[in-house]
Design a protein around this ligand. Structure first.
Ligand SMILES: [Cu+2]
Length: 132
């Protein structure tokens, strides 16, 4: 069966984070508030394994929530994200996280007073630690 090849075990590759319904969110979810231009977290860390994030965009414009592993101080490829969504909306993301350092960032660049402004450079970047 060709399909079985899709399920080969690889300890290094975790499933990609997935958006889930708010009704499915675990009670120990990390709450994230997105504003212009900052994230506030209910907790700066979590235990390794399944971690749910509830992201409330409390701004008046779109923001996103991108999960980036940090290794030796450098950004690795994003694990996954909540795509940009409107202010006033709340979305949830379920991730399988290995121990280590992460950053949550918004990679949107908007035009403010005719100048491109990266939300991350304006402060939408926050550290998160996953403990064993
Ligand atoms: Cu943003």
């Amino acid at each position: 069966m060709l399909a079985s090849a899709c399920f080969s075990a690889d300890a290094r590759s975790s499933p990609k984070p997935q958006e889930i319904d708010l009704g499915e969110v675990a009670s120990n979810a990390v709450l994230v508030q997105a504003r212009d231009y900052r994230y506030s977290l209910s907790s700066g860390s979590a235990r390794a394994g399944t971690v749910d994030f509830v992201v409330a965009n409390d701004a008046s414009q779109e923001h996103e929530f991108v999960v980036v592993p940090i290794h030796s101080g450098r950004f690795e490829l994003p694990l996954g994200e909540l795509e940009p969504f409107e202010g006033g909306m709340t979305k949830a993301l379920r991730a399988q996280l290995q121990p280590g350092q992460y950053k949550f960032v918004c990679l949107i660049v908007s035009t403010i007073d005719g100048e491109p402004r990266a939300h991350m450079a304006r402060g939408m970047s926050v550290d998160f630690e996953v403990t064993p």
